[in-house]
Ligand binder design. Structure first.
Ligand code: PEP
Length: 252
């Protein structure tokens, strides 16, 4: 039985003040959320503040990115997995479509980052998903399969996947208000699980696959009700206490 997970990705939003306000509301409401893993992924600079505000709560902390290099070194501007652990993170988002499409992160780099996260004892939330034109050309499975294969093609990648969460995020649905229908999302989630099962049936059954892309309180119950959807990666709606809590409850 996979325990559902709801992760909030704050992206490059917020301030010290709004972070405290948002967390105060979430802390108050999270006790009424049963049997759902809740993760908050603030910008790097607020991780320390968020970690101290969430101390003693069941909410986990995640970063939004990490360096593919393990340990320390001359990598100006980068943050390692070990540093994130040191700050109290348990999770890290890897290969978000904004990293892939704005910052040119390749499938190979995303695989390296996922492995680095695993080596740092973090759970990577590995994002995959197709662009609108790729869906329209009927290439969704080809694209998502290629993104997964960057990990499935090496023993280290498979090992990292065993300790990962996968997030299917169709790029055309992120921040656009357009959500994949539950059936569209389920089809791709089943494809992902099937691809993992080709390598290892136990891994496929165990891995949580989240859906992300304009999840709101009004569509979360239907999406999370699908067989292979194990919760959500939430962008915009994670910046509103009531909406985020309602989405967490929808995953129960
Ligand atoms: C995301 O940032 O991963 C995301 C899914 O954003 P939104 O919920 O705003 O579409």
């Amino acid at each position: 039985m996979r325990r559902p997970i709801v992760a909030g990705n704050w992206k490059m939003h917020g301030s010290r003040t709004t972070a405290s306000e948002l967390l105060a509301g979430i802390k108050e409401g999270v006790d009424s959320v049963r049997n759902v893993g809740v993760v908050i992924c603030p910008p790097y600079v607020y991780l320390d503040q968020v970690a101290s505000l969430l101390k003693g709560t069941p909410i986990s902390i995640g970063a939004q990115n990490l360096c593919q290099v393990t340990g320390h070194g001359a990598y100006t501007g980068e943050i390692s997995g070990q540093m994130l652990r040191d700050l109290g993170c348990q999770h890290v988002i890897v290969g978000h479509s904004e990293r892939r499409n704005i910052y040119g992160e390749s499938d190979a780099l995303v695989a390296e980052k996922s492995i680095a996260a695993h080596h740092a004892d973090l759970t990577p939330i590995i994002c995959v998903g197709e662009l609108l034109e790729e869906r329209e050309q009927g290439d969704t499975e080809k694209v998502v399969g290629r993104q997964l294969d960057a990990l499935l093609s090496t023993a280290e990648g498979i090992e990292a996947l065993r300790h990962s969460i996968v997030a299917y995020e169709p790029v055309w649905a992120i921040g656009t208000g357009k959500t994949a229908t539950p059936e569209q999302a389920q089809d791709v989630h089943a494809f992902i699980r099937g691809r993992l099962a080709q390598i290892d049936q136990v891994l496929a059954e165990k891995v949580c696959i989240l859906y992300g892309g304009s999840v709101k309180p009004g569509n979360a119950v239907e999406l999370f009700g699908m067989k292979d959807i194990d919760g959500g990666l939430i962008g915009g709606a994670s910046l509103n206490t009531d909406d985020f809590l309602a989405i967490c409850r929808a995953a129960e």
